[in-house]
Design a protein around this ligand. Structure first.
Ligand code: 5GP
Ligand code: ZN
Length: 114
């Protein structure tokens, strides 16, 4: 998708601190980390947000969540855990309109969010 930052990152047009990549997914460190570990996992395919998921996307989304878990464990969060966040649209605090999971770990995180 033209003018989408995360599509440009996925295409290698904007650099990122890459953690993982395969044909379907890319994980990279957030540019403004909110925890000692804060990375984003995106599908390379442009899906705007979680409201735009369709029935045929369930396998992709299951794989996305499983990959987020695997990377969180690989990066040291298996024992103490992590926060897996999907912001959606204005009220959800989404600022980049390309579906992504935030994975935050390495410190205790408060709840509820403000
Ligand atoms: P959202 O607010 O949409 O849930 O999260 C977007 C996230 O993307 C933010 O945490 C922000 O710091 C991160 N971000 C925005 N632009 C870039 C970028 O160019 N590179 C990286 N690595 N992260 C970005
Ligand atoms: Zn995109």
């Amino acid at each position: 998708m033209k003018d989408c930052i995360f599509c440009k990152i996925a295409a290698g047009e904007i650099p990122c601190s890459k953690i993982y990549e395969d044909d379907a997914f890319l994980a990279f460190h957030d540019i403004a980390p909110q925890a000692p570990l804060h990375f984003l996992l995106i599908p390379k395919r442009h899906i705007r947000n979680i409201m735009e998921i369709e029935g045929g996307d369930d396998a992709l989304l299951g794989a996305l969540l499983y990959k987020a878990q695997a990377l969180a464990v690989e990066l040291g969060c298996g024992e103490k855990g992590a926060r897996f966040v999907v912001n959606c649209k204005a009220d959800g605090g989404q600022t980049v309109d390309h579906l992504h999971i935030h994975v935050l770990g390495g410190r205790p995180l408060a709840w509820p969010p403000g």
